[in-house]
Design a binder for this molecule. Structure first.
Ligand code: DC
Length: 215
């Protein structure tokens, strides 16, 4: 079974996807982590994130694997926490916008799904491009204020709220307006607005829909 969850940064996708994957006994596929892994390697090699060919070469040669805990490894080295660092977060929209990079990473995502019992995939294009025939599709969203508040809480920096909100809005703009696989809601995806809801409540709503019931 493939369950695909898309939405903007900070909508709570990865926490919800992890809970749902655990409950259903499926593999959690964090597609954003893979673009972050390629970006980390691009920066480590001091390549230009704007150089599509260089980025695609990195994507093609890098072995991206998830361990049993769902953590990304790059050529056998742990990707966490470096893939979540600010330099990577700032450059990842640029690296993930290259069509050649996406073709390579998407093929890897489809391979991971094909070799597992089922996945809960989360990202920006999992309902539209990676798994257009997923059995269940969801679009999670929340106001930019709520998303910034959550991110600031995660980072332990509530004073940086306005800056985080500006960065989130900028990343939304880049992710939604890029030429290749922009973030859009698939027509057959269930939209869930997560403002004021806990991850458990959202996961519960998804599971109810998957079970054929309306929450
Ligand atoms: O979900 P995240 O913040 O870890 O994603 C990091 C970046 O990767 C995000 O800015 C957009 C990109 N991304 C993408 O283009 N396609 C995906 N399926 C997942 C993430």
């Amino acid at each position: 079974m493939i369950l695909a969850i898309d939405g903007p940064a900070g909508a709570g996708k990865s926490t919800v996807a992890k809970l749902v994957a655990k409950e259903l006994g499926l593999t959690f596929l964090d597609t954003g982590a893979m673009y972050r892994g390629v970006t980390l390697e691009v920066l480590r090699l001091e390549l230009d994130p704007a150089d599509a060919e260089a980025c695609a070469r990195v994507a093609a040669s890098l072995k991206l694997e998830f361990d049993a805990q769902g953590k990304l490894h790059l050529d056998g080295r742990p990707g966490e926490p470096a893939i979540r660092s600010s330099p990577v977060t700032r450059a990842v929209s640029q690296v993930s916008a290259h069509a050649a990079v996406r073709a390579i990473v998407v093929a890897q995502q489809q391979r991971i799904a094909a070799t597992s019992r089922g996945v809960v995939a989360e990202g920006r294009d999992t309902t539209t491009v990676v798994f257009p025939r997923a059995e269940h599709k969801f679009f999670l969203t929340a106001s930019s204020h709520e998303r910034a508040r959550r991110r600031a809480h995660e980072l332990g920096t509530p004073q940086a709220l306005e800056q985080i909100r500006a960065e989130i809005e900028e990343r939304d703009r880049k992710d939604s307006t890029r030429a290749v696989s922009p973030l859009v809601k698939a027509p057959d995806a269930h939209e869930i607005i997560t403002d004021g809801k806990s991850a458990e409540e959202v996961a519960h709503a998804l599971l109810a829909i998957v079970a054929g019931r309306r929450a």
